[in-house]
Design a protein around this ligand. Structure first.
Ligand SMILES: [Zn+2]
Length: 288
């Protein structure tokens, strides 16, 4: 049963492209429209590519993001009495239980992901963001609220200095390899650190859900939602092709595939790439 013409007019689209085929895409993207007619949910994850070496898991990152994303979608769509943070906590527990008997979940590189989720009904839009994927809320008139968890970009000075050293060294040189290993170790030490001095990703511990950026906005003040992994938000963050405010308008005009195409074109023309030349890029757009 549909009780609102606005709900019936909802439209969504999504694009997800691997950054470096044949390496598998480690992003996860989904939209569900619960048949109750009460609204819908979106869930986007970006699996963290582990550095070379063991991660304690026999399944791999795509398995992890499919499990966690699927559980998050199911719980947030069907358990509307639970907050999105409670849904994430339960989804993490369910995913951890699915490989606790075969894998070492205490491993520092156990599979992990960034999380964006949104859930809307006739009255409200709820959101949750953890780590460096982003959610943009577009308002009537075109204003945009970027919902971002910026803790990963606010690393302590000594770690940022290590990152600068890596970028200054010639790629592939022994010095570069050594500096990169030191940087990766330093970042790993900050990820989900018990003292809370670093940043948080969704890994094996359900308690991390409490650290997500969450909020609620009246439905009437949201015209569209755009969720992007950092491989797609490079459009604004790295290549400065436009502002966060301009991003939903671009997607409305060119589609989510148009956004990813512009990112890939910018990467192809980047003479001094920092970090990965191209990354898995996912965008999910929902017009309410
Ligand atoms: Zn596993």
């Amino acid at each position: 049963m549909c009780r609102s013409g606005r709900l019936a007019a909802m439209r969504s689209e999504m694009t997800s492209e691997p950054g470096s085929p044949p390496h598998p895409n480690e992003d996860y993207a989904s939209v569900a429209l619960p048949a109750s007619g009460e609204g819908g949910v979106l869930v986007v994850l970006d699996g963290v590519t582990p550095p070379e070496g063991d991660d304690g898991c026999v399944h791999g990152v795509p398995w992890f993001t499919a499990r966690l994303g699927g559980a998050m979608l199911e719980l947030s769509g069907s358990r509307r009495e639970l907050t999105l943070a409670a849904c994430l906590s339960a989804a993490l527990a369910r995913t951890a239980d699915a490989h606790r008997s075969t894998c070492d979940l205490s491993h520092v590189r156990t599979p992990q992901a960034t999380v964006v989720a949104a859930r809307w009904d006739a009255d409200t839009v709820e959101h949750l963001v953890l780590s460096d994927s982003s959610l943009l809320l577009e308002h009537p008139g075109g204003a945009v609220t970027p919902v971002r968890d910026t803790r990963l970009s606010e690393l302590p000075p000594h770690v940022r200095e290590l990152g600068r050293e890596v970028r200054a060294l010639p790629e592939g040189s022994p010095e570069h390899v050594r500096a990169r290993a030191a940087y990766v170790r330093a970042v790993e030490g900050l990820r989900n650190a018990p003292d809370g001095t670093g940043f948080w990703t969704a890994a094996a511990d359900p308690a991390v859900a409490a650290h997500a950026v969450t909020g609620t906005t009246p439905r009437a003040s949201v015209t569209a939602l755009l969720a992007v992994t950092d491989g797609a938000s490079r459009w604004t963050e790295r290549f400065r092709l436009g502002t966060w405010e301009q991003l939903p308008a671009l997607v409305r005009k060119l589609g989510t595939s148009g956004l990813v195409a512009q990112v890939r074109a910018a990467e192809a023309g980047d003479v001094a790439p920092r970090g990965k030349r191209s990354d898995d890029a996912t965008a999910v757009f929902v017009e309410l």
